[in-house]
Design a protein around this ligand. Structure first.
Ligand code: SF4
Ligand code: ZN
Ligand code: ZN
Length: 312
């Protein structure tokens, strides 16, 4: 097996595009691919932006940070942001891996401690069970809120997340199965700032697979946390992800093909036939947009602080 470009021994075979590559040419291939995605979807203005990259210490966000710091011009500021969620045995390790990456790349890192800033941690939410929603769904709401509010407060223009092709095609399939038109009309690699209070979100690894990210992290010697969070269950999502992986195995390129078809054909067609819900028309006391009177985050915060006996 030889590298298609230099004829040296290949270390990876990318079945979906029939390419065999050595380490060096794989890195070049992947970084160019991300550059093309950024350009294609006009994710980042090369003249200058301030991008917040949420870091968890895991493979995907660490690799995203590495790629962005490598391919973007100096005019674009790329700053890491980490939330200490207060999960025993996990949160301290996360920060350690982020610091290791910081030693290699030398980026600015901002850290927010959820307990110090808002009075509760994810561990508190796990122990008190304030709603029937799974802990990951509540945690997701909290993280999205904090990233958005902090990005707004600290003058960021975009939030770049490490969602991969495998995540995106799984979400797409799940939304199709559940006929979740609101999400189908809104999904994609770039979620624009819908209201002035919502910072645009971009997914530069939208077309990069799990296999490619793993290989990139290995070749670039990117440090990352391999243990998953102790509360990570999301069993049904994991099963669907496996199905999509299997589909990719028996029919190479199907995952990429599906999300590209979604962007170019399904989404515009859905948009023509479906008007999404109005979304957030009110403003919560905290300043976040909400469809009711209180945003989800403030509801969670009030409830957990009450449960913990910290407010009436
Ligand atoms: S696995 Fe769930 S609880 Fe753990 S950090 Fe992720 S979303 Fe939060
Ligand atoms: Zn080569
Ligand atoms: Zn609020």
């Amino acid at each position: 097996m030889k590298c298609k470009i230099c004829k040296q021994p290949a270390t990876i075979y990318l079945k979906y595009c029939g390419l065999r590559l050595c380490d060096e040419h794989f890195i070049q291939f992947l970084e160019r691919k991300v550059q093309r995605t950024i350009k294609k979807y006009k994710m980042i203005d090369p003249e200058g932006e301030r991008i917040l990259v949420p870091l968890s210490g895991g493979k995907d966000s660490q690799s995203l940070m590495y790629i962005l710091k490598t391919i973007l011009p100096e005019e674009v500021q790329v700053i890491g942001f980490h939330i200490n969620l207060g999960i025993p045995n996990s949160s301290e390790k996360s920060l350690r891996f982020i610091n290791k990456l910081q030693d290699i790349l030398g980026f600015e890192l901002q850290v927010l401690d959820l307990k110090k800033e808002h009075g509760f941690s994810i561990q508190d939410l796990y122990e008190h069970r304030i709603s029937r929603r799974p802990i990951c769904a509540i945690c997701g709401t909290i993280k999205r809120y904090v990233f958005n509010q902090e990005a707004k407060k600290r003058g960021f223009t975009k939030i770049a997340t490490g969602h991969l092709l495998d995540d995106e095609v799984t979400v797409l399939m799940s939304n199709l199965i559940e006929n979740n038109m609101d999400q189908l009309v809104r999904g994609g690699p770039m979620l624009p700032a819908r209201e002035p209070n919502i910072i645009a979100r971009i997914k530069p690894l939208y077309e990069v697979s799990e296999l490619e990210t793993r290989k990139y992290a290995e070749v670039r010697s990117i440090p990352y946390l391999t243990e998953s969070c102790p509360y990570d269950v999301k069993a049904s999502t994991k099963r669907l992800k496996k199905v999509m992986k299997h589909l990719e195995e028996i029919r190479p390129n199907s995952n990429l093909s599906l999300i590209r078809a979604y962007i170019s054909s399904y989404k515009p067609a859905f948009r023509d036939h479906f008007t999404p819900s109005m979304g957030s028309i009110n403003e919560c006391a905290c300043g976040a947009p909400t469809s009711g009177e209180t945003c989800n985050f403030c509801w969670i915060k009030t409830k957990i602080l009450q449960e913990m006996g910290q407010v009436e």
